[in-house]
Design a protein around this ligand. Structure first.
Ligand SMILES: NCc1[nH]cc(CCC(=O)O)c1CC(=O)O
Length: 297
């Protein structure tokens, strides 16, 4: 039986179930085995991701299982996957992308937040974007799975929080919070995209490629190429979104200083995702003021 590695959070399990269903439908399989792998990121909940070692905390154990042949493929929220991946591992497919926007929970809009509101988020991007719009608000560290975060909001630990619409919807929480328009808050690179990785060589890659959504795959390739070009890490406040427009890619991005005082935006159009991402990264770095320039390699 085909074995699918995943983290054990409710969102990860839902996403793995979506991949399982797609693989069964594509190949007429009776079943796919879900193998839950506990990651360091799941164990350490009290510190910001950026502080404790970054995105590798989610992928390291899954990579190990894949490279050791314990699973045939691994399911990831592509937003959480590092820019640089081992050569032996390939992104074989992405599911069709969900709503890419962030949702604000606890207020009707960013403008509608109370004076000096306290926002629960551990995302440098969301913090910087929020403080750019509302310098009076402050952010406090907020991690844990979606239910944990919503629980902290309910007990009044914070005034509001921001979560990806994609995760909320996949967990059946269609009515939680209000979507923030893309021109107010551009999402994280690869937000809303589920990716499936396999070994670069071997039969699993083509089996998984059968369920690929090509427009999503191209869009996240461009967004990830931008991150690579910026030499960004998970401390870097970067927002980016590529969409396929009449066959070509349209990539938008924003870089911010951590306090949101400085920001630059850029956009570019092209056909090749990797070239497009690299070009926009170069353009942004050239124009970035020192407060932003120091954040990138
Ligand atoms: N960093 C955690 C994470 N990784 C992926 C999602 C949501 C689903 C997605 O963006 O695909 C979330 C939660 C959030 O940011 O609200």
């Amino acid at each position: 039986m085909f074995r699918l590695g995943t983290r054990g959070s409710p969102l990860a399990l839902t996403q793995a179930g979506m991949v399982r269903d797609a693989l069964m439908a594509a190949h007429g399989w009776e079943d796919v085995e879900i193998v839950v792998i506990r990651t360091t990121g799941d164990r350490v909940q009290d510190r910001a991701l950026a502080e404790i070692g970054g995105k590798a905390l989610w992928t390291k154990e899954l990579d190990r299982a894949l490279l050791a042949g314990e699973v045939d493929a691994c399911v990831h929220s592509m937003k959480d996957v590092e820019t640089l991946r081992p050569d032996a591992i390939a992104i074989a497919a992405t599911l069709p992308r969900a709503d890419v926007r962030d949702r604000l929970i606890g207020a009707e809009s960013i403008a509608g937040l109370p004076d000096a509101a306290v926002i629960g988020t551990s995302s440098p991007r969301r913090t910087a974007q929020l403080r750019r719009l509302r310098p009076d608000v402050s952010a406090v560290l907020f991690r844990g799975n979606v239910d944990t975060r919503l629980g902290k909001l309910a007990t009044g630990e914070v005034d509001a929080t921001l979560l990806a619409a994609a995760g909320l919807e996949r967990l059946g929480r269609h009515d939680t919070g209000v979507a923030i328009p893309l021109d107010v808050m551009l999402p994280a690179p690869a937000q809303g995209a589920v990716g499936i990785e396999t070994l670069a060589e071997g039969p699993a890659r083509a089996l998984v490629a059968a369920i690929d959504d090509a427009p999503t795959h191209r869009a996240i390739a461009a967004e990830r190429a931008l991150l690579a070009g910026l030499r960004a890490d998970c401390h870097s406040p970067v927002a980016a979104l590529a969409i396929v427009e009449g066959g070509a890619l349209f990539l938008r991005a924003q870089l911010l200083s951590p306090d949101g005082a400085a920001a630059i935006e850029g956009e570019a159009r092209g056909d090749d995702p990797v070239t497009l991402g690299a070009m926009l990264a170069e353009d942004l770095l050239e124009r970035a003021p020192p407060a932003i320039r120091v954040l990138f390699g």
